[in-house]
Design a protein around this ligand. Structure first.
Ligand code: GAR
Length: 211
């Protein structure tokens, strides 16, 4: 019996190293899925080139061309529906999505965040801001979190986390590099758990289903 592959839509804003990790996992048949579309809110970013290298359809929906955040999200929603997307993966996507889109894809949007949520999350906490805040706090550990997206920024149920040590010598740059390595491991693993329906969602908690 052949199982239909799920259709992933990936939303990006930058370099796309997490997108690459997902492409690699798909190519290695670690995920029961195809990437049906990659959407960026910025043109010219390397993530788009990565997708094009693998003949994955790409779209740019520039938030600056939209009259509001809702209009921007609705344009994305329309494309996700056209491409019949089953699961949306935010991979370094640096815009906040409108609750309307989140509601439409409820339980089917994953995000990766470069810290151990619920610490160092929320509005304004993205990319280097996160690593700078971690270093400034004196925390001895950081890491990455994959979580379901809800209408509250960085609050949704945690699917997977990975940890790194913050050393005395670390700068925001060196910490970012360490955390990215962990991100590339845990994001495909988390996507697999969700696509294979292996999780029970219980409020903030997720648990593995008993086999
Ligand atoms: C990653 O570190 C990701 O966790 C972060 O942006 C980087 C994108 O890297 N996302 C956020 O900060 C979202 N809050 P990439 O473009 O190479 O995947």
């Amino acid at each position: 019996m052949t199982v239909a592959l799920k259709r992933i839509g990936v939303l990006v804003s930058g370099g796309g190293s997490n997108l690459q990790a997902i492409i690699d996992a798909v190519n290695q048949q670690e995920l029961p899925a195809n990437i049906a579309v990659v959407i960026s809110n910025k043109s010219g970013v390397f993530a788009l080139e990565r997708a094009q290298n693998w003949r994955i359809p790409t779209l740019v929906i520039d938030h600056r061309q939209c009259s509001s955040s809702r209009e921007f999200s609705l344009a994305i929603l329309q494309r996700l529906q056209e491409f019949q997307i089953d699961l949306v993966c935010l991979a370094g996507f640096l815009r906040i999505l409108d609750p309307l889109l989140i509601q439409e894809f409820r339980g089917r949007i994953l995000n990766i965040h470069p810290a151990l949520l619920p610490a160092f999350g929320g509005k304004g906490m993205y990319g280097h801001h996160v690593h700078e805040a971690v270093i400034a706090s004196g925390a001895k550990f950081s890491g990455a979190t994959v979580h379901l997206v809800t209408s509250e920024t960085d609050i949704g149920p945690i699917v997977k986390q990975g940890m790194v040590t913050v050393s005395d010598e670390d700068t925001a740059d060196s910490l970012a590099a360490k955390v990215l390595q962990i991100e590339h491991q845990i994001y495909p693993q988390a996507i697999k758990l969700v696509l294979e329906d292996k999780l029970i969602f219980d409020g903030c908690r997720t648990r593995l289903k008993k086999q």
